[in-house]
Ligand binder design. Sequence first.
Ligand code: F3S
Length: 668
Amino acid sequence: MSARITVAESAGFCFGVQRAVDAVLEEAATGAAVCTLGPIIHNRIVVDSLAARGITVIDTPQQAGADRHVVIRSHGVGADVYRYFEEHGIRFRDATCPFVAKIHRLVSELGTDDLLIVAGDPDHPEVRGILGHCSADSIVIRDTVELSSICFAELEHKNRIVLIAQTTFPEFEWEKCLFSMKKVCTKVQIFDTICNATSLRQQEAAKLAERSDVMIVIGDRRSSNTAKLAAICRDRTKTFWIETAQELDPKEFRGVKTVGITAGASTPSGIIKEVHETMSEILEKQQEELSFEEMLDQSFKSTSNGEKVTGIVTDIKPNEIFVDIGTKHAGYVPLSELSDDPNAKTEELVKKGDELELLVVRVNDVEGTVMLSKKRLDAQAGFEKVMSAVDTGEVLDGVVTDVIKGGVLALTNGVKVFIPASQATLSRGEDLNELLKKPVRFKILEVNRQRRRAVGSIRIVAREAKKALEEQFWAQVEVGQKYTGTVKSLTDYGAFVDLGGVDGMVHISELSWGKIRHPSQVVNVGDVIDVFVKDIDPEKKKVSLGYKKDEDNPWEILRKNYAVGQVIKTKVVSLTTFGAFAEVIPGIDGLIHISQIARERVGKPSDVLSVGQEVEAKITELDFERRRVSLSIRALLEEAAAAQEKAPAAEEEAPAQEAEAPAEESAE
Ligand code: F3S
């Protein structure tokens, strides 16, 4: 079996760090003398290679001379630093991560009567930068313990209390803070400012570590996010934290079959690639070196009860399967130790050649057999997985098996987890029965190892997924872009449409070219409709949508199909003191001015016309600029009268012709 190496997709630079490094390189490419305020990233190798190109690091704004371009790194800085640069005419490029800059804007709106609570590390440059934009009192808390030491009763006089998080604050600790916060202070306004790049990287590392014999975590020894990654991996498998490929020791990887590689946010892709290549070479070489003796030794290796082994399925019978566990013993797994499902069939569960993780249940040296169990190992691993998820914040997949008093039970990895009603759905008040037998994703909030109990939250995961969709939406949305969305709710002034994580609004005036009294005249809740983006406000997270289409614009239809002088059949839709409005085409009403209703003087339009009455009228004016149509009944009446005035003369001639006709006929 050849060894497998998997590199985590999220390994390496995040968006903000990549942007900052690019900014430094772009500035340097202009030929300017460039320096960074603090190391651009926590990676000695990158900083050294930049230094070799003349890009230096300064520690304070005062060290920047007027001759150098200063790059502000992704962590951001306080408002005083910008002021200093501006007052001293120092050129600078702001590479503050946009997610951090957003927090700066948020806290700068707080006044001296307010209180800012930051969940984060008070010594971290990002937190110092955030506080440097805030004129309100502030408290920095590292975790729930520090949060619970705040006496909120003494802070009642504060106008606003705002809670935010450092972008890299552990998401799970944040959820726990929110959980506690809601119990002690209802007045607090919470802004979830955590960037999910970090948590995605951690979740992926946890999953990879679980299926790898060895994990390699690459990153600078001073990088806190790399330290966290290493800790997560170490909890799950043998882990090496290295800075470069040179630190890989081939001796450490003897017999290793699966290797996972991840890297901190400050590790450049070049280093990750080098580690991958070196690791491949090490494993290939070892494969070649594996001697016949070693293989023979392995086959005589014994095993003992409770041991975890890997086996390859060699034969499948209705009630058991046989596996090769690489020892002199013949291994078998009874069906009852393969699955909990009484209807399960061995051939549906495994196939020949499958590699299984198994638990040794009983070794029989006399018979040379070993009974193994997959079920017990899965249950053991499942329980450990659920227990450890409380620290890692890993998202677990499960199925809701019961709706009980106060919440639901979800089965995951063979363990039933209680999910309180308040944590079971995205918004409160939803029917829990809707969840029954449905697959759900959740995080573990609390565990009790002795009682083997765990409490989880679907809500946290649903909120994260919503946030991720929102971020994705805002990253790619543009004015004019078309979407297909679902109408979520209606108000008197418009329809809210779910565009997939973000709601946009179609104002009532944008729903139809004609006049409507309520959006329900055009759309209903649940309708799937095509819309386009008319306007966006990323700050306020507002999206204005358009629904009505240009080709349906009645003024264009009118322009193409109607002309002045044309006579139309129309219906009176309203009456005023100065005339009557009649529908020319749906969406356009024309005015029949009071003077144009009849030949004689009309006292008021209702003396002659009534709403709903059908009349013939002539188009006397089409004003596309001012969007007006003028109609006249009188013009038609006058034409009719004129025609009648001519009629007597015609009548006088007609009898003569008639009189002549018989004569002509008779002449023939
Ligand atoms: Fe920005 Fe998130 Fe990276 S806040 S710097 S993209 S971890």
